[in-house]
Write a protein that binds this ligand. Structure first.
Ligand code: PEP
Ligand code: MN
Length: 282
């Protein structure tokens, strides 16, 4: 039995398909609320947005920190969408947990073992992103660091791996979805925004992710991508996000899945998640 993870009043996993959307980073109240309202209206299940940003250059915008978390909480209250946001430092886990419904461990921190253990001690679900050079085995071991601490609510996320071709930001490894399906009952998400780095590629890869059997996607949306402080090139405009959602509404019934929406999916249930016996730590 595949694991379902209860978030607010719906579940991720099983026969559902969850769309997480929002800006890369929380930049301001106006920017966050514009994106949050647009994605809520178009049917997203969860709102994303980074308050603590893992930036390659220390000179880049690093996020609003606590102020960003407070804005996320207000955007959540206003739209009714639960929030997913990244935590980078084990010392911030409690604070982030007070403002979010799902804790995100970013690709760069997939093997930050103190962080994995700390989020494993929380009760909130954890969205664990695959490191850009991590194997399936390394991703599953990282998940085990979390589950071993008692938190079985881990959602895995493919977000692209490093390769040789600069025509896309990373190479979105969609084959990992069925590969993971053979190895674990944890829900599997795909992030085509970071995986491709280009807004025009997000919609086709979202549909491909659904066809590959993903339990959902996480996409970046910005009302004014050209002025985004982070990842503007891969951000969908609200209108493009709406088109993507309409395409999903047509595709998902053929795949035996339904789009989840807060307030629309009846009773939430949760089953116990494990990593299959085939995968045993040495
Ligand atoms: C993000 O989702 O905000 C992010 C930084 O993604 P990743 O960790 O996959 O690079
Ligand atoms: Mn981003």
């Amino acid at each position: 039995m595949r694991k379902t993870i209860a978030i607010a009043d719906f579940v991720v996993g099983g026969d559902t398909f969850a769309v997480i959307a929002g800006p890369c980073a929380v930049e301001s109240e106006a920017q966050l609320f514009a994106a949050a309202e647009a994605v809520a209206q178009a049917g997203a299940a969860l709102l994303r947005g980074g308050a603590f940003k893992p930036r390659t250059s220390p000179k880049s915008f690093q996020g609003l920190g606590k102020e960003g978390l407070e804005l996320l909480l207000r955007a959540s209250q206003r739209t009714g969408l639960p929030v997913v946001t990244e935590v980078m430092d084990p010392r911030d886990v409690q604070l982030v947990a007070e403002h979010a419904a799902v804790l995100q461990v970013g690709a760069r921190n997939m093997q930050n073992f103190p962080l994995l253990r700390e989020v494993g001690r929380q009760r909130l679900p954890v969205l664990l992103k695959r490191g850009p050079a991590a194997t399936v085995e390394e991703l599953l071991y990282a998940a085990q660091y979390i589950t071993n601490e008692g938190n079985g609510n881990v959602i895995l996320c493919e977000r692209g791996i490093r390769s040789f071709d600069p025509s896309t930001r990373y190479v979105l490894d969609l084959a990992i979805v069925p590969v993971l399906r053979e190895r674990t009952d944890l829900p599997i998400l795909v992030d085509p925004s970071h995986g491709t780095g280009r807004a025009s590629l997000v919609r086709p890869m979202v549909l491909a992710a659904a066809a590959a059997g993903a339990d959902g996607v996480i996409t970046e949306v910005h009302a004014d991508p050209q002025r985004a402080l982070c990842d503007g090139a891969q951000a969908l405009l609200p209108m493009e996000f709406g088109q993507m959602m309409n395409d999903l509404r047509r595709l998902l019934p053929m795949l035996g899945r339904r789009l989840v929406r807060p307030g629309a999916s009846g009773h939430a249930t949760s089953t116990t998640g494990t990593i299959s016996d085939e995968f045993t730590a040495p």
